[in-house]
Design a protein around this ligand. Structure first.
Ligand code: ATP
Ligand code: MG
Length: 412
């Protein structure tokens, strides 16, 4: 049989790749907890209707990127392309929409989208994200953004990203803006890409987000929403910016920021970088006020973001190192029992410790060096009788006798 390969657009996370991934997840989990977020896990596949809710859906994700299939029972299920819809579904399914609001949720896990694979763009990728569900206040928007920025600071990547914010206004502002966009893009219809001609019919705002070169030229001259905002929408946006200033989060206003999914309103934002080529958005989010309702719950104003773990991983300034173990080395069969006792005492004391499954002293020392051990603890018959071990510092090359009971403390 020919050697099998991972499916196109999927990758194995091994060694340094996994450690980078884990460093991102760990930092996000730790920092979001400081902001009062609680971690949730929802299923990786859902009823297709969780993601595709009828004719109003014109996003790329819903139209062409979903991994949907019929299961053996004839149900249409979809591998989740994002987590927000699943979290909102879970709010309703678990009866959480009426009490203890707002709910503050953190998540991390794999997502699936049928896209053209390239650097920073995969068919199985991973996201971290947070959602505040049931809060209509601008302070929630600012806190969510501040938390995302804080995570990037912890990761040491904040000097390479810029926060761009915009408002999509309320329903009234959007209707007025939509009319202005339709008028503008209709006048340039023939020059638009096929995808954008479709968007013009379904959701003209999405054209602003087009990655097509030709579209971008036309988009550059499109009207901006600023002139179409109601007083309430403008006031909300001003409050978000005021809170961001207070939190000390730097930002740049960009009237071209829209969100890929259709249920967003008011705040939209992205953290972008010029260090990842075309895949420059690392964290993206905004306010969505109608999604829990679409899942059959009550109106639940919410705000959140999602970030691609692969893209954040690529920005990490230094690769996290693997922990360096201590090698426990028995010399002769009689020493093995005492070596196993010491091995477990080290692990119980929180010291990463390994023992080779076989081999003489020379072989075991070679292996200790190969696995990057920082120290070797050598136990022979003489040492056991004397109640000591030879402790060898493999970096300095020095060796000394240490009483057995003191070994874990010395290596901790
Ligand atoms: P893009 O414009 O890059 O397609 P998007 O608007 O589809 O992004 P969102 O749905 O907002 O992305 O997802 C949030 C984040 O998840 C993105 O900013 C990105 O970091 C990451 N992401 C999205 N799709 C992929 C993918 N196919 N592979 C890797 N990361 C992804
Ligand atoms: Mg996309």
């Amino acid at each position: 049989m020919t050697a099998l390969q991972p499916v196109r657009g999927t990758r194995d996370l091994i060694g340094e790749d996994f450690r980078r991934h884990q460093a991102v997840t760990d930092a996000a989990r730790r920092v979001s907890a400081l902001y009062g977020f609680e971690e949730w896990a929802t299923p990786i596949f859902e009823d297709t209707r969780v993601f595709s809710r009828g004719l109003g859906d014109s996003s790329d994700v819903v139209m062409k990127e979903m991994y949907s299939f019929e299961d053996r029972g004839g149900e249409s299920v979809t591998l989740r392309p994002e987590m927000t819809a699943g979290v909102c579904r879970a709010m309703v399914s678990n009866g959480l929409t009426q009490t203890n609001l707002p709910r503050k949720v953190f998540y991390a896990g794999p997502m699936f989208r049928y896209e053209r694979p390239q650097k920073g763009r995969y068919r199985q990728f991973h996201q971290i994200g947070i959602e505040v569900l049931g809060a209509a206040e601008a302070l929630a928007d600012a806190e969510v953004i501040a938390c995302g920025w804080h995570i990037q600071q912890e990761l040491g990547i904040d000097d390479g990203t810029v926060l761009e914010i915009n408002t999509l206004g309320d329903a009234e502002s959007r209707a007025a803006y939509r009319a202005a966009l339709v008028a503008y893009f209709s006048a340039h219809r023939d020059a638009l890409s096929h995808d954008s001609q479709v968007r013009l019919e379904k959701n003209p705002m999405r054209i602003l987000d087009s990655k097509d070169e030709g579209d971008r030229v036309i988009v550059a001259g499109a009207p901006v929403i600023g002139g179409h905002l109601t007083e309430a929408a403008a006031g909300f946006y001003a409050a978000v910016r005021r809170h961001l200033d207070r939190f000390g989060v730097p930002y740049r206003e960009n009237p071209r920021i829209v969100r890929g999914l259709d249920y967003y309103s008011h705040t939209a934002f992205e953290f972008v970088t010029d260090r990842l080529g075309a895949q420059g958005t690392v964290m993206a989010g905004g306010r969505y006020n109608g999604l829990v309702e679409e899942m059959g719950g009550p109106a639940t104003p919410s705000v959140g973001w999602a970030a691609g773990i692969e893209r954040l991983s690529m920005l990490l300034p230094v690769a996290p190192a693997a922990p360096r173990p201590v090698a426990v080395i028995p010399v002769g069969d009689a020493a093995e029992g005492a070596a196993l006792d010491l091995l477990q005492a080290l692990r119980r004391a929180g010291v990463v410790a390994e023992i080779a499954y076989r081999g003489n002293l020379k072989r075991r020392m070679e292996r200790a060096n190969r696995i990057g051990a920082r120290a070797a603890v050598i136990l022979g018959d003489e040492e056991i009788v004397a109640g000591v071990a030879q402790l060898r510092d493999l970096d300095a090359g020095t060796q000394e006798k240490v009483p057995l009971a003191e070994v874990p403390g010395r290596l901790g």
